[in-house]
Write a protein that binds this ligand. Structure first.
Ligand code: FAD
Length: 391
């Protein structure tokens, strides 16, 4: 069978340990470099015209979305940035014409993927043009809070940290002079750790991507040196099959115990997500209107929440007679400014947290819109919670 013809050896549902054969990628990659190698292979062999992935900017707190067209540059994107809180979906709609004229390979976390699907429903993104390499995601840490946490909890100057990772439930930093890990549970009990929307997330393994890749379940000799790849679509099977045949990466069957561990960790993370939902939403349910009124009283109407929401596309107010949705020139605006947005995205909020993360006044906007989405789904679309993903 030729390299680029015939049935792929890999098929939907298959699972592998996979790692790169490229020594440069291996050095920089998080867990063996399968993700970067797959994207590089797709670009080299014109399966995609460009790759949208993340590169490290000034430091580990600075995750920069980057469009790559030269396969040689892909090595720059290797490695996981846990302070990379960005969502790349809206960038595809806003700056890349929804991928309508270009095939794009992308690394996606669960929230990037859910947002892409919402955008596809609104015909703002063409999913057929995308090759999606999902990365499992236990959550990200806000860069501002990460700096504070590293100073206060680790007793380390955040500017001296050159690497961070999340392993076995710990947030671990490597800095000039050593390394230190603290359990995420302990950090979160003290108000540090993952963003609150990530804590509530129930989409840890992005199985609606073409491949879902992560480190959970990689044990034995390959621990830390390979990625667990779950094949989720025919497109994913085709890519993996071609890349393995061409020698771009190697695979082997996962250790059965590893498979079991992966399932258990995912289950435990989902339980934890449910726990955080209960906690956050219970605190809100006592007086939701009061909470919204109190928190949004800090709003400076900068529109960052609207600008950065991947599913919010407001239509400019061009009505005659100045019948504005919300009275202009008032700061803080009437809370209806926020309530109208919550209503507008109530069937689509993917809990990516961009509104809250980028709010200069630290209003817990994601908690409000997520609570509304979850409550609406439970009331009106109860089966949604049992579908392949839940926001
Ligand atoms: C924020 C984050 C959290 C993760 N949490 C888990 C987890 O809890 N459990 C688990 O099993 N696996 C998790 N992973 C996946 C794991 O860390 C590895 O990315 C995966 O095993 C692939 O390793 P690799 O060596 O093949 O990837 P590499 O070849 O190193 O490629 C990594 C890819 O991730 C992209 N990337 C880096 N940072 C981000 C970001 N913030 N957002 C989107 N894309 C990014 C890079 O651009 C690159 O394309 C997480 C990854 C990220 C990015």
């Amino acid at each position: 069978m030729g390299l680029f013809s015939g049935k792929p050896d890999q098929k939907k549902g298959d699972m592998y340990y996979a790692w790169t054969t490229d020594s440069e990628i291996e050095k920089k990659a998080e867990c063996g470099g399968a993700v970067t190698s797959l994207l590089k292979f797709a670009l080299e062999h014109k399966m995609v015209d460009a790759v949208l992935a993340i590169t490290k900017g000034q430091d580990i707190y600075d995750a920069v979305p980057t469009l790559i067209k030269d396969p040689k540059d892909l090595v720059k994107t290797a490695g996981s940035l846990h302070c990379g809180t960005l969502n790349t979906a809206k960038l595809v709609a806003k700056y890349l014409d929804g991928a309508k004229g270009m095939k794009i390979g992308m690394t996606v976390k669960g929230c990037d993927l859910m947002a892409l699907q919402e955008l596809a429903k609104r015909k703002k993104v063409n999913l057929d043009q995308l090759l999606l390499i999902g990365v499992n995601c236990g959550g990200t840490v806000s860069p501002v809070l990460a700096r504070k946490m590293i100073t206060e909890k680790y007793g380390v100057d955040p500017d001296t940290v050159h690497k961070e990772e999340i392993d076995k439930g710990q947030f671990i930093i490597e800095y000039e002079g050593g390394h230190k890990g603290i359990s995420i549970d302990e950090l979160e009990e003290e108000g540090y750790g993952r963003r609150s929307n990530c804590r509530r997330c129930l989409y840890k393994v992005p199985r609606q991507a073409d491949l879902a890749c992560g480190n959970w379940g990689v044990i034995g000799e390959k621990a830390g040196k390979a990625t667990f790849v779950e094949v989720c679509s025919d497109k994913g099977a085709d890519l993996l099959s071609r890349a393995v045949k061409a020698g771009a990466l190697k695979t082997e069957a996962p250790i059965p115990k590893g498979l079991e561990i992966r399932g258990k960790v995912e289950g435990a993370m989902l339980k934890l997500g449910e726990k955080w939902r209960k906690k956050d939403f219970a605190a809100l349910s006592a007086d939701p209107w009061g909470a919204i009124k109190k928190e949004t009283a800090r709003c400076i109407k900068c529109y960052s929440c609207i600008e950065n929401c991947p599913v919010c596309f407001p239509v400019e107010e061009k009505m005659k007679g100045k019948q504005y949705m919300v009275k202009p020139g008032e700061v803080p605006p009437n809370p209806m400014f926020h309530l109208r947005r919550f209503a507008h995205i109530s069937d689509a909020c993917v809990n990516c947290g961009q509104c809250e993360e980028l709010c200069p006044m630290e209003i817990p906007l994601a908690k409000f819109s997520h609570a509304i989405r979850v409550e609406g789904d439970a009331e009106f679309e109860p089966k949604l919670g049992k579908s392949t993903y839940t926001n």
